[in-house]
Design a protein around this ligand. Structure first.
Ligand code: HEM
Length: 456
């Protein structure tokens, strides 16, 4: 049976798009050249790239039982262990059911106050005129939020955790993504720094666990839920099992949200007319007061801004799976062990579904056609059984943090600061997000823009 079309390979290494400096553009070009499915080999790895919503649904939902998480995720188990993100099979399902209550609607609503309070606290030290790396600020803020909401403690050493995260992500970029886990024992300066950073991260996690064991309090939070589980023989989770879960939630629960915010700030800085409409909505709904959970449903334009930002800069830019058994797709035979890649970056830019796809246009979501899009045309949180468990948490947090900050400051990119999205595990700005703070637009300007949101 035929193989899908694809780029011409180098006889030895095949194709290494992730090692190139413009991998996202390369994937986009290939998807335009080869259509719904294309194939390439990266050294020994056979990659089948799906660019059609129906094929993606086939893999993520209709035949999800034939797929495991991909090699890159498997290679990250040395670090994530068997946390919810990386685990498989029955023990994954058990963990998923166990942690789900922490993400039920009412529970998530109860986190809103922490989210706005921590944001306001952060803003107290901000001054108009100063320049900051907003991406680092967003990482530290979302880290504090997730640790307080899920583990009911104050995150200490947020800077240590952020720099460990930066190192980890750096090591998951380009060809390094394909390194086997054993590579971390190499005595190179970058691996030594990585091991050190991971050690510090682990220590933070073990401190959280030890503090809770010592207090023996049941705070009703995710950590308590995990600690209260009992096996048939009555035993609870070991410290190692808890470490894997806590570390997973700590990292999966802050980095992506920080990215959603950082990319939104970037887009708003580049599109003052959209920013003005956003300010107008905030002014109209809140009139300068602090946000509460109940306000969220009135912030329709803010919601569209975030949705559109995650279309253009999806924090999770791709998902991948490894096939357990051979299967057939559109007449192509795909062998067991093949890597299947599905990319939000690519699908979200498909002109068939998004006219003028590179344009940042939050109001495109008002078009009734957008309500009828196939399920996997827009999927920032994935889909199927492995869909992001924190999606509601993330949407609420992004809205609350963005709206709270936008009421107090306008953020402008520092001129000539290069903004380059790098596809690591997540889509990160290569040189951070250097921005200057200014006071928000005058109430008069906001009032003027109110009229246009009312119309729009
Ligand atoms: C804008 C923010 C976020 C984005 C874009 C995002 C995206 C995703 C995606 C695409 C997946 C599926 C991965 C796959 O199928 O291979 C995922 C899984 C996951 N996410 Fe999120 N996420 C976000 C925020 C969060 C938050 C706030 C939490 C927790 C507080 C969280 C925890 C998780 C966990 C634990 C999984 C693994 C679920 C499982 O496999 O059962 N995420 N996320």
């Amino acid at each position: 049976m035929r193989r899908p079309p694809g780029p011409k390979p180098h006889f030895l290494i095949g194709n290494m798009p992730l090692a190139s400096s413009d991998s996202l553009q390369t994937f986009l070009r290939w998807s335009q050249m080869f259509g719904d499915v294309f194939y390439y080999r990266a050294i020994w790895l056979h990659v089948y790239f799906l660019n059609d919503p129906d094929l993606i649904e086939w893999v993520l939902i209709r035949n999800s039982q034939n797929f495991l998480k991909d090699r890159v995720v498997q290679n990250s188990r040395w670090f994530f262990g068997k946390g919810l993100l990386t685990n498989e099979g029955d023990s994954w399902l058990r963990q998923r059911r166990l942690s789900q209550p922490a993400f039920h609607r009412e529970r998530v609503a109860s986190y809103a106050r922490v989210m706005t309070a921590y944001t306001e606290e952060m803003l107290q030290s901000w001054r108009p005129g100063e320049t900051r790396d907003i991406h680092q600020d967003m990482m530290q803020l979302t880290l504090r939020v997730v640790v307080r909401c899920l583990f009911n403690v104050e995150a200490e050493k947020t800077d240590i955790i952020s720099s460990a995260m930066n190192l980890l992500m750096h090591n998951a970029t380009g060809a390094r993504m394909l390194l086997p886990p054993i590579a971390r024992y190499l005595p190179t300066p970058s691996m030594i720094a990585l091991r050190h950073a991971v050690g510090q991260l682990e220590q933070t996690v073990y401190d959280i666990i030890a503090a809770r064991r010592a207090s023996s309090a049941d705070s009703g939070d995710l950590l308590s839920m995990l600690m209260n589980v009992r096996d048939d023989d009555g035993s609870g989770m070991s410290d190692k099992q808890l470490r894997d879960e806590v570390l997973t939630f700590l990292l999966a629960g802050h980095e992506t949200t920080a990215l959603a915010l950082s990319w939104t700030w970037y887009l708003l800085s580049e599109h003052p007319e959209i920013e003005q409409k956003l300010h107008a909505e905030l002014h109209r709904v809140l009139g300068g007061r602090s946000l509460e959970f109940a306000d969220l449903s009135a912030l329709a334009y803010t919601d569209r801004v975030i949705k559109e930002s995650m279309r253009l800069y999806p924090p999770a830019w791709s998902l991948a799976r490894t096939a357990i058994e051979d299967f057939e797709l559109r007449g192509y035979k795909i062998p067991a062990g093949a890597n299947i890649v599905m990319s939000q970056w690519i699908m979200h830019r498909n002109p068939k579904y998004f006219p003028d796809p590179e344009k940042f246009n939050p109001d495109r979501w008002l078009d009734p056609a957008m309500q009828k899009l196939p399920r996997f045309v827009y999927f920032p949180f994935g889909g199927g059984p492995r869909q992001c468990v924190g999606n509601m948490f993330a949407m609420m947090e992004t809205t609350l943090l963005l709206a709270t900050m936008a009421q107090r400051f306008q953020l402008r990119m520092v001129p000539d600061h290069p903004v380059i999205p790098v596809p690591s595990f997540t889509l990160r700005p290569k040189h951070g997000m250097k921005m200057t703070l200014t006071a928000p637009a005058s109430a008069g300007a906001q009032a003027a823009a109110v009229r246009s949101t009312n119309v729009g």
